[in-house]
Design a protein around this ligand. Structure first.
Ligand code: PA5
Length: 445
């Protein structure tokens, strides 16, 4: 099976070979720390060998639950935030496209609890009043405010529509195996439960039930997804620097950072990869952005953003490099036809395909960006299918861990995300936060 291919040929003019070799030594050390479990955050390495040692029994239960959802529901509401939703959303759009909820048939998937927008949740609740639906609530801690509020809303609607017993048949809970409020509720109510292992952090959890249940619910081939991840797992176990693209990519990121290029832009030329970029941004931002270090992970969707952000990329502050995830063979292609009037002057393209035009836009952009001082890395993905997606997920996870170790931080914690939560709880008047409330309110006056 062909797998994604990493290339840095359009970045070679931006560094000397010796510089990459030097960084390669750091990447090899980082890889050794990761594989031996001696690096920082080593109690969160459950994702590292997941593609070969995932829980087969739970995997089969995921498939059964997804069949049940598909048989009794027209829509699935996936409730979760951050690592508890971005992977599933990335996968669903990657595999089904951005228009799948607009198609007449097939399972519709909506996401809730990833914001605190009353308008969004009101509209979704109104929509679900006339639709048979199920809910998959995903929260490792079981106490995250956004999904907890959304779950209250959709649980109430399910109970109104189907009664308490009927609702139980439509609620699937993915949470910690041993502890948490959601686990207690699921046990009490008898909801079907799926687990997030203790040693897998939220942003590394897409290949657990967190991602797998919603992905299977659209009818996607999760066996192929895990096969792809396994292929990446095996390829990226390679110890020799030049032969391991995850090590090379991680080294290049850090080399560019040293050279003042502190922004990485993940670029796609397919709208259905937009949420893959959102998943990537969480992975790298939460993993690396700490101790006043890290690259800022950004994303752009081309060619749309070439007509907006493209100006900055070409000529603005020279702080970025780009990494393109490019699909070699599109799922569908369309031929450009001859037009009698030729008012747009595009008859020279007659007989060519739209993807051919897209690829030329890509090639032209890479050359322009290199001329403008923006190094280009690329991942060429043979096909937009579950196997390649599994490969990509694992490739970025492993690269991120190696890159974080080169940087010298713990890639598996996220202490910074607690700051807003504490303030919000104090301002909301949550018991236990009384001391902070008056001080915060005085600052807001
Ligand atoms: O990567 C992470 O750990 C976070 O993004 C969490 O996934 C996110 O905060 C949601 O947490 P939880 O699953 O506990 O509701």
């Amino acid at each position: 099976m062909n797998t994604p291919v990493f290339s840095y040929k359009n970045a070679e003019s931006f560094f000397d070979k010796q510089e990459l070799d030097q960084m390669g030594k750091k990447a090899a050390k980082a890889m050794e720390e990761l594989e031996s479990g001696t690096g920082r955050g080593n109690d969160f390495l459950g994702w590292l060998h997941l593609p070969e040692n995932y829980d087969r029994d739970e995997f089969e239960r995921v498939k059964k639950a997804s069949e049940k959802i598909r048989s009794n529901s027209k829509a699935l509401i996936v409730i979760g935030i951050g690592g508890s939703y971005l992977g599933a959303r990335a996968a669903i759009e990657f595999l089904n496209g951005t228009l799948s909820n607009a198609k007449a048939d097939g399972m519709k998937v909506f996401f809730a609890g990833n914001s605190i927008s009353s308008s969004y949740h009101y509209e979704l609740l109104e929509m679900m009043k006339d639709v048979d639906f199920s809910v998959n609530v995903i929260s490792k801690s079981g106490t995250t405010t956004e999904p907890a509020i959304a779950f209250r809303l959709f649980k109430e609607l399910l109970e109104e529509k189907y009664g308490r017993e009927g609702a139980k048949e439509r609620i699937y809970v993915t949470t910690d195996k041993q502890k948490g409020a959601l686990l207690d509720l699921a046990k009490e109510e008898g909801y079907e439960r799926f687990t997030i292992a203790d040693d897998v952090g939220g942003r590394y959890s897409v290949l657990t039930s967190v991602g797998l249940l919603p992905i299977a619910a659209i009818g996607a081939d999760i066996d192929q997804l895990m096969e792809g991840a396994k292929a990446a797992h095996d390829d990226l176990a390679e110890k020799e620097f030049e032969k391991n693209p995850a090590m090379v990519y991680a080294a290049l990121r850090n080399l560019f950072l040293e050279k003042g290029k502190s922004v990485e832009i993940l670029v796609n030329y397919e709208p259905s990869l937009q949420y893959f970029s959102e998943w990537y941004k969480q992975l790298f931002a939460e993993s690396e952005g700490k101790e006043n270090k890290g690259l800022f992970p950004a994303s752009l969707n081309f060619s749309s953003d070439l007509h907006s952000m493209g100006q900055f990329v070409q000529e603005g502050t020279r702080i970025m490099f780009e990494t393109v995830v490019s699909i070699d063979s599109p799922k569908y292609d369309i031929q450009v036809k001859e037009d009698d009037k030729n008012v747009d002057g595009l008859n020279f393209l007659a007989g060519k395909t739209i993807d051919f035009v897209n690829k030329k836009a890509y090639q032209g952009t890479v050359l322009a960006h290199c001329d403008g001082g923006v190094p280009n890395l690329s991942l060429h993905v043979p096909q937009q299918d579950a196997f390649n997606l599994g490969y990509l997920f694992y490739f970025f996870e492993k690269s991120c861990a190696i890159s974080g170790y080169i940087l010298g931080i713990n890639p598996f914690d996220q202490p910074g995300v607690e700051a807003y939560k504490k303030n919000m709880f104090a301002l909301l008047g949550k018991p236990g936060y009384d001391d902070m409330k008056a001080e915060l309110e005085s600052r807001l006056k």
